[in-house]
Design a protein around this ligand. Structure first.
Ligand SMILES: Nc1ncnc2c1ncn2[C@@H]1O[C@H](COP(=O)(O)OP(=O)(O)OP(=O)(O)O)[C@@H](O)[C@H]1O
Length: 327
Protein backbone atom coordinates (compact mmCIF):
# COMPACT_ATOMS: atom_id res chain seq x y z
CA UNK A 1 0.00 0.00 0.00
CA UNK A 2 3.10 2.26 0.15
CA UNK A 3 2.33 3.94 -3.17
CA UNK A 4 -1.36 4.60 -2.53
CA UNK A 5 -1.89 8.33 -1.82
CA UNK A 6 -3.82 9.25 1.30
CA UNK A 7 -6.43 11.01 -0.84
CA UNK A 8 -6.78 10.60 -4.57
CA UNK A 9 -9.28 12.78 -6.45
CA UNK A 10 -10.01 11.83 -10.07
CA UNK A 11 -12.00 13.81 -12.63
CA UNK A 12 -14.19 15.40 -9.93
CA UNK A 13 -17.08 17.36 -11.41
CA UNK A 14 -19.61 19.42 -9.49
CA UNK A 15 -22.54 21.39 -10.88
CA UNK A 16 -25.30 23.49 -9.37
CA UNK A 17 -28.55 23.79 -11.34
CA UNK A 18 -26.74 22.49 -14.43
CA UNK A 19 -23.96 25.09 -14.15
CA UNK A 20 -20.44 23.68 -13.67
CA UNK A 21 -18.51 24.78 -10.56
CA UNK A 22 -15.77 22.12 -10.65
CA UNK A 23 -14.91 20.84 -14.13
CA UNK A 24 -12.76 17.73 -13.83
CA UNK A 25 -10.22 18.03 -11.00
CA UNK A 26 -7.61 15.33 -10.37
CA UNK A 27 -5.12 15.60 -7.52
CA UNK A 28 -3.38 13.45 -4.92
CA UNK A 29 -2.48 14.22 -1.32
CA UNK A 30 0.26 11.99 0.09
CA UNK A 31 0.54 10.90 3.73
CA UNK A 32 1.86 13.84 5.74
CA UNK A 33 2.04 16.09 2.68
CA UNK A 34 0.96 19.76 2.66
CA UNK A 35 -0.85 20.71 -0.55
CA UNK A 36 -2.05 24.24 -1.30
CA UNK A 37 -5.10 25.05 -3.40
CA UNK A 38 -5.02 28.60 -4.65
CA UNK A 39 -7.13 30.74 -6.98
CA UNK A 40 -9.56 33.64 -7.11
CA UNK A 41 -12.90 33.56 -5.33
CA UNK A 42 -15.44 31.23 -6.97
CA UNK A 43 -12.94 28.97 -8.80
CA UNK A 44 -14.14 25.87 -6.94
CA UNK A 45 -11.54 25.42 -4.19
CA UNK A 46 -14.02 24.91 -1.34
CA UNK A 47 -16.58 23.00 -3.38
CA UNK A 48 -13.92 20.41 -4.29
CA UNK A 49 -13.47 19.42 -0.63
CA UNK A 50 -17.10 19.88 0.40
CA UNK A 51 -18.03 17.46 -2.42
CA UNK A 52 -15.32 14.99 -1.36
CA UNK A 53 -16.72 14.95 2.20
CA UNK A 54 -20.38 14.73 1.14
CA UNK A 55 -21.12 18.18 2.59
CA UNK A 56 -22.89 19.74 -0.42
CA UNK A 57 -26.67 20.06 -0.64
CA UNK A 58 -28.40 17.06 -2.24
CA UNK A 59 -29.29 19.22 -5.25
CA UNK A 60 -25.58 19.47 -6.27
CA UNK A 61 -24.59 17.21 -9.17
CA UNK A 62 -21.37 15.40 -8.24
CA UNK A 63 -19.40 12.91 -10.38
CA UNK A 64 -15.91 11.41 -10.43
CA UNK A 65 -13.95 9.62 -7.74
CA UNK A 66 -12.43 10.47 -4.34
CA UNK A 67 -10.48 7.67 -2.68
CA UNK A 68 -9.22 7.72 0.90
CA UNK A 69 -6.30 5.27 1.22
CA UNK A 70 -7.66 3.44 -1.83
CA UNK A 71 -11.33 3.28 -0.68
CA UNK A 72 -14.00 5.21 -2.60
CA UNK A 73 -15.70 7.83 -0.38
CA UNK A 74 -17.54 9.90 -3.01
CA UNK A 75 -21.22 9.13 -2.54
CA UNK A 76 -20.39 6.61 0.26
CA UNK A 77 -23.08 5.60 2.78
CA UNK A 78 -23.80 8.15 5.56
CA UNK A 79 -22.25 5.98 8.29
CA UNK A 80 -19.01 5.75 6.27
CA UNK A 81 -18.90 9.51 5.69
CA UNK A 82 -19.72 10.17 9.37
CA UNK A 83 -16.59 8.31 10.41
CA UNK A 84 -14.45 10.03 7.74
CA UNK A 85 -15.63 13.58 8.52
CA UNK A 86 -14.03 14.93 11.66
CA UNK A 87 -12.34 11.55 12.06
CA UNK A 88 -9.88 10.65 9.30
CA UNK A 89 -10.41 13.98 7.50
CA UNK A 90 -11.15 17.16 9.46
CA UNK A 91 -12.00 20.54 7.99
CA UNK A 92 -11.71 24.05 9.45
CA UNK A 93 -13.21 27.16 7.91
CA UNK A 94 -12.55 30.86 7.57
CA UNK A 95 -14.74 32.17 10.35
CA UNK A 96 -14.38 30.34 13.68
CA UNK A 97 -17.16 32.46 15.21
CA UNK A 98 -19.74 30.92 12.90
CA UNK A 99 -18.40 27.35 13.27
CA UNK A 100 -18.38 27.36 17.09
CA UNK A 101 -21.62 27.07 19.03
CA UNK A 102 -21.98 30.40 20.93
CA UNK A 103 -24.02 28.94 23.79
CA UNK A 104 -21.61 26.13 24.73
CA UNK A 105 -18.27 26.48 26.53
CA UNK A 106 -15.36 25.87 24.15
CA UNK A 107 -14.01 22.99 26.28
CA UNK A 108 -17.38 21.21 26.06
CA UNK A 109 -17.20 21.49 22.27
CA UNK A 110 -13.78 19.80 22.22
CA UNK A 111 -15.05 17.13 24.65
CA UNK A 112 -18.03 16.48 22.34
CA UNK A 113 -15.66 15.88 19.42
CA UNK A 114 -13.58 13.52 21.61
CA UNK A 115 -16.77 11.62 22.55
CA UNK A 116 -17.91 11.35 18.94
CA UNK A 117 -14.62 10.28 17.40
CA UNK A 118 -12.75 8.54 20.22
CA UNK A 119 -15.49 7.52 22.64
CA UNK A 120 -13.84 9.56 25.44
CA UNK A 121 -15.87 10.94 28.36
CA UNK A 122 -15.58 12.53 31.81
CA UNK A 123 -12.21 13.35 33.34
CA UNK A 124 -10.22 11.61 30.62
CA UNK A 125 -11.93 13.68 27.91
CA UNK A 126 -11.38 16.92 29.85
CA UNK A 127 -7.70 16.07 30.38
CA UNK A 128 -7.33 15.35 26.68
CA UNK A 129 -9.11 18.62 25.80
CA UNK A 130 -6.63 20.49 28.00
CA UNK A 131 -3.74 18.68 26.29
CA UNK A 132 -5.13 19.73 22.90
CA UNK A 133 -5.49 23.36 24.07
CA UNK A 134 -1.84 23.26 25.16
CA UNK A 135 -0.88 21.73 21.81
CA UNK A 136 -2.57 24.50 19.81
CA UNK A 137 -1.02 27.21 22.02
CA UNK A 138 -4.01 28.42 24.05
CA UNK A 139 -2.47 29.92 27.20
CA UNK A 140 -3.91 29.05 30.61
CA UNK A 141 -5.65 26.10 28.97
CA UNK A 142 -7.40 24.66 32.05
CA UNK A 143 -9.22 27.96 32.66
CA UNK A 144 -9.96 28.69 28.99
CA UNK A 145 -11.79 25.36 28.60
CA UNK A 146 -14.66 26.99 30.53
CA UNK A 147 -14.82 30.12 28.35
CA UNK A 148 -17.57 30.85 25.84
CA UNK A 149 -16.53 31.73 22.26
CA UNK A 150 -17.41 35.41 22.74
CA UNK A 151 -14.93 35.61 25.63
CA UNK A 152 -12.00 34.62 23.35
CA UNK A 153 -10.27 36.52 20.53
CA UNK A 154 -10.69 35.51 16.86
CA UNK A 155 -7.22 33.93 16.86
CA UNK A 156 -7.96 31.94 20.03
CA UNK A 157 -11.29 30.75 18.61
CA UNK A 158 -9.47 29.55 15.48
CA UNK A 159 -7.08 27.65 17.78
CA UNK A 160 -10.15 26.11 19.47
CA UNK A 161 -11.43 25.04 16.02
CA UNK A 162 -8.05 23.45 15.31
CA UNK A 163 -8.20 21.64 18.69
CA UNK A 164 -11.69 20.32 17.80
CA UNK A 165 -10.34 19.18 14.41
CA UNK A 166 -7.37 17.43 16.07
CA UNK A 167 -9.67 15.67 18.58
CA UNK A 168 -10.49 13.06 15.92
CA UNK A 169 -6.76 12.43 15.24
CA UNK A 170 -7.20 13.19 11.53
CA UNK A 171 -4.84 11.91 8.87
CA UNK A 172 -5.73 15.00 6.81
CA UNK A 173 -6.73 18.50 7.91
CA UNK A 174 -8.40 20.63 5.23
CA UNK A 175 -8.02 24.29 6.23
CA UNK A 176 -10.28 26.51 4.12
CA UNK A 177 -9.02 30.13 4.27
CA UNK A 178 -8.22 29.59 7.99
CA UNK A 179 -6.64 33.01 8.48
CA UNK A 180 -8.68 35.30 6.23
CA UNK A 181 -10.82 36.62 9.10
CA UNK A 182 -7.79 37.31 11.34
CA UNK A 183 -5.41 40.25 11.52
CA UNK A 184 -1.97 39.92 9.95
CA UNK A 185 0.20 39.00 12.97
CA UNK A 186 -2.34 36.40 14.13
CA UNK A 187 -2.53 35.01 10.55
CA UNK A 188 1.19 34.27 10.65
CA UNK A 189 0.90 32.56 14.06
CA UNK A 190 -1.96 30.30 12.90
CA UNK A 191 -0.06 29.33 9.72
CA UNK A 192 3.01 28.56 11.80
CA UNK A 193 0.86 26.43 14.12
CA UNK A 194 -0.62 24.48 11.20
CA UNK A 195 2.87 23.84 9.79
CA UNK A 196 4.19 22.72 13.19
CA UNK A 197 1.22 20.41 13.84
CA UNK A 198 1.68 18.82 10.46
CA UNK A 199 5.36 18.15 11.15
CA UNK A 200 4.86 16.97 14.74
CA UNK A 201 1.76 14.83 14.17
CA UNK A 202 2.65 13.56 10.67
CA UNK A 203 -0.75 14.79 9.49
CA UNK A 204 -1.40 15.80 5.87
CA UNK A 205 -2.64 19.34 5.27
CA UNK A 206 -4.66 20.89 2.45
CA UNK A 207 -4.53 24.65 2.69
CA UNK A 208 -7.12 26.55 0.64
CA UNK A 209 -6.33 30.21 0.04
CA UNK A 210 -6.63 32.97 -2.52
CA UNK A 211 -3.14 34.07 -1.43
CA UNK A 212 -0.28 32.38 -3.30
CA UNK A 213 2.22 33.77 -0.77
CA UNK A 214 0.43 32.02 2.12
CA UNK A 215 0.32 28.61 0.43
CA UNK A 216 3.84 28.85 -0.99
CA UNK A 217 5.23 29.36 2.50
CA UNK A 218 3.24 26.61 4.20
CA UNK A 219 2.92 23.88 1.54
CA UNK A 220 5.13 21.36 -0.28
CA UNK A 221 3.07 21.42 -3.45
CA UNK A 222 0.56 23.88 -4.88
CA UNK A 223 -2.37 23.43 -7.27
CA UNK A 224 -3.51 26.66 -8.93
CA UNK A 225 -7.21 26.58 -9.84
CA UNK A 226 -9.03 28.67 -12.40
CA UNK A 227 -12.72 28.44 -13.33
CA UNK A 228 -13.19 24.95 -11.89
CA UNK A 229 -9.99 23.38 -13.21
CA UNK A 230 -6.38 22.98 -12.08
CA UNK A 231 -4.24 25.07 -14.43
CA UNK A 232 -0.86 24.46 -12.80
CA UNK A 233 0.54 22.04 -10.26
CA UNK A 234 4.13 22.34 -9.02
CA UNK A 235 6.35 22.21 -5.93
CA UNK A 236 5.59 25.35 -3.91
CA UNK A 237 9.06 26.79 -4.22
CA UNK A 238 9.30 26.25 -7.98
CA UNK A 239 5.85 27.73 -8.57
CA UNK A 240 6.59 30.77 -6.45
CA UNK A 241 9.89 31.49 -8.20
CA UNK A 242 8.95 30.60 -11.78
CA UNK A 243 5.26 30.03 -12.49
CA UNK A 244 4.54 28.50 -15.92
CA UNK A 245 0.87 29.28 -16.47
CA UNK A 246 0.02 32.92 -17.27
CA UNK A 247 -2.71 32.86 -14.59
CA UNK A 248 -0.22 31.69 -11.94
CA UNK A 249 2.09 34.46 -13.13
CA UNK A 250 -0.75 36.93 -12.75
CA UNK A 251 -1.48 35.76 -9.19
CA UNK A 252 2.17 36.23 -8.35
CA UNK A 253 2.19 39.68 -9.94
CA UNK A 254 -0.70 40.58 -7.64
CA UNK A 255 1.50 39.94 -4.57
CA UNK A 256 3.39 42.76 -2.86
CA UNK A 257 7.17 42.27 -3.20
CA UNK A 258 8.77 40.95 0.01
CA UNK A 259 11.96 42.88 -0.66
CA UNK A 260 13.12 45.03 -3.53
CA UNK A 261 11.66 48.32 -4.70
CA UNK A 262 8.03 49.18 -4.04
CA UNK A 263 5.89 48.96 -7.14
CA UNK A 264 2.17 49.22 -7.86
CA UNK A 265 0.40 45.84 -7.59
CA UNK A 266 -0.44 44.34 -10.94
CA UNK A 267 -4.05 43.15 -10.86
CA UNK A 268 -5.10 40.54 -13.42
CA UNK A 269 -7.35 42.44 -15.88
CA UNK A 270 -10.91 41.22 -16.41
CA UNK A 271 -12.79 38.72 -14.25
CA UNK A 272 -13.45 34.98 -13.92
CA UNK A 273 -15.83 33.81 -16.70
CA UNK A 274 -19.49 33.33 -15.92
CA UNK A 275 -20.26 29.55 -15.72
CA UNK A 276 -23.16 30.36 -18.10
CA UNK A 277 -20.77 31.62 -20.76
CA UNK A 278 -17.51 29.65 -20.62
CA UNK A 279 -15.09 30.52 -23.44
CA UNK A 280 -14.80 27.69 -26.02
CA UNK A 281 -11.10 26.96 -25.41
CA UNK A 282 -8.89 28.01 -22.51
CA UNK A 283 -11.07 29.67 -19.82
CA UNK A 284 -8.28 32.17 -19.07
CA UNK A 285 -7.79 33.20 -22.73
CA UNK A 286 -9.95 36.37 -22.58
CA UNK A 287 -7.71 37.75 -19.79
CA UNK A 288 -4.39 36.42 -21.02
CA UNK A 289 -1.60 38.65 -22.36
CA UNK A 290 -0.14 35.64 -24.22
CA UNK A 291 -3.39 34.72 -25.99
CA UNK A 292 -3.17 33.43 -29.60
CA UNK A 293 -5.96 32.15 -31.87
CA UNK A 294 -5.19 28.48 -31.08
CA UNK A 295 -6.06 29.12 -27.39
CA UNK A 296 -9.75 29.41 -28.41
CA UNK A 297 -9.99 26.12 -30.27
CA UNK A 298 -9.70 23.52 -27.45
CA UNK A 299 -9.54 23.31 -23.67
CA UNK A 300 -5.85 22.74 -22.85
CA UNK A 301 -5.16 19.68 -20.72
CA UNK A 302 -2.51 19.58 -17.99
CA UNK A 303 0.80 18.57 -19.55
CA UNK A 304 4.17 17.88 -17.93
CA UNK A 305 6.61 20.80 -17.69
CA UNK A 306 9.75 19.07 -16.54
CA UNK A 307 9.87 16.43 -13.82
CA UNK A 308 7.41 17.53 -11.18
CA UNK A 309 5.25 20.24 -12.71
CA UNK A 310 2.16 20.27 -14.92
CA UNK A 311 0.49 23.23 -16.61
CA UNK A 312 -2.61 23.61 -18.77
CA UNK A 313 -1.41 26.14 -21.34
CA UNK A 314 -0.45 25.52 -24.94
CA UNK A 315 2.14 28.30 -24.74
CA UNK A 316 3.78 27.37 -21.45
CA UNK A 317 7.18 25.75 -21.46
CA UNK A 318 9.27 24.37 -18.65
CA UNK A 319 10.70 27.49 -16.95
CA UNK A 320 14.28 26.20 -17.04
CA UNK A 321 14.16 26.14 -20.84
CA UNK A 322 12.22 29.26 -21.76
CA UNK A 323 9.85 31.86 -20.37
CA UNK A 324 6.57 32.72 -22.04
CA UNK A 325 7.02 35.16 -24.88
CA UNK A 326 4.22 37.63 -25.59
CA UNK A 327 2.48 37.03 -28.93
N1 LIG B 1 -24.48 25.47 -2.33
C1 LIG B 1 -24.25 26.07 -3.51
N2 LIG B 1 -25.26 26.30 -4.40
C2 LIG B 1 -25.04 26.89 -5.59
N3 LIG B 1 -23.81 27.30 -6.01
C3 LIG B 1 -22.78 27.11 -5.20
C4 LIG B 1 -22.93 26.48 -3.91
N4 LIG B 1 -21.72 26.40 -3.31
C5 LIG B 1 -20.84 26.97 -4.19
N5 LIG B 1 -21.48 27.39 -5.31
C6 LIG B 1 -20.83 28.01 -6.48
O1 LIG B 1 -19.75 27.20 -6.89
C7 LIG B 1 -18.67 28.01 -7.36
C8 LIG B 1 -17.39 27.64 -6.65
O2 LIG B 1 -17.48 28.03 -5.29
P1 LIG B 1 -16.34 27.82 -4.20
O3 LIG B 1 -16.89 28.23 -2.88
O4 LIG B 1 -15.78 26.45 -4.31
O5 LIG B 1 -15.24 28.86 -4.65
P2 LIG B 1 -13.87 29.17 -3.95
O6 LIG B 1 -12.83 29.04 -4.99
O7 LIG B 1 -13.71 28.35 -2.71
O8 LIG B 1 -14.03 30.69 -3.59
P3 LIG B 1 -14.10 31.44 -2.19
O9 LIG B 1 -12.67 31.77 -1.88
O10 LIG B 1 -14.93 32.65 -2.46
O11 LIG B 1 -14.73 30.48 -1.21
C9 LIG B 1 -19.08 29.46 -7.13
O12 LIG B 1 -19.56 29.98 -8.36
C10 LIG B 1 -20.20 29.35 -6.12
O13 LIG B 1 -21.12 30.39 -6.27
Amino acid sequence: MRDVPLVSVRDLRVGFDGLPAVRGISLDVGMGEAVGLVGESGCGKSVTWLAALGLLPKSAQVAGSVKLAGEEILGAAPHVLDSVRGGRIAMIFQDPASSLNPVHRVGAQVVESLRLHRGMRGGAARAEAKRLFDLVGIPDAARRLDAYPHELSGGQNQRVMIAIALAGQPELLVADEPTTALDVTIQAQILELLGALRRDLGMALVLISHDLGVVAETCDRVCVMYAGRIVEEAPADALFHAPSHPYARGLLGALPPIDGPRRPLAAIPGSVPDPNAMPPGCAFAPRCAHHIAACDSAVPGLRPMGLDRRAACIRAEAPVRAALVPA
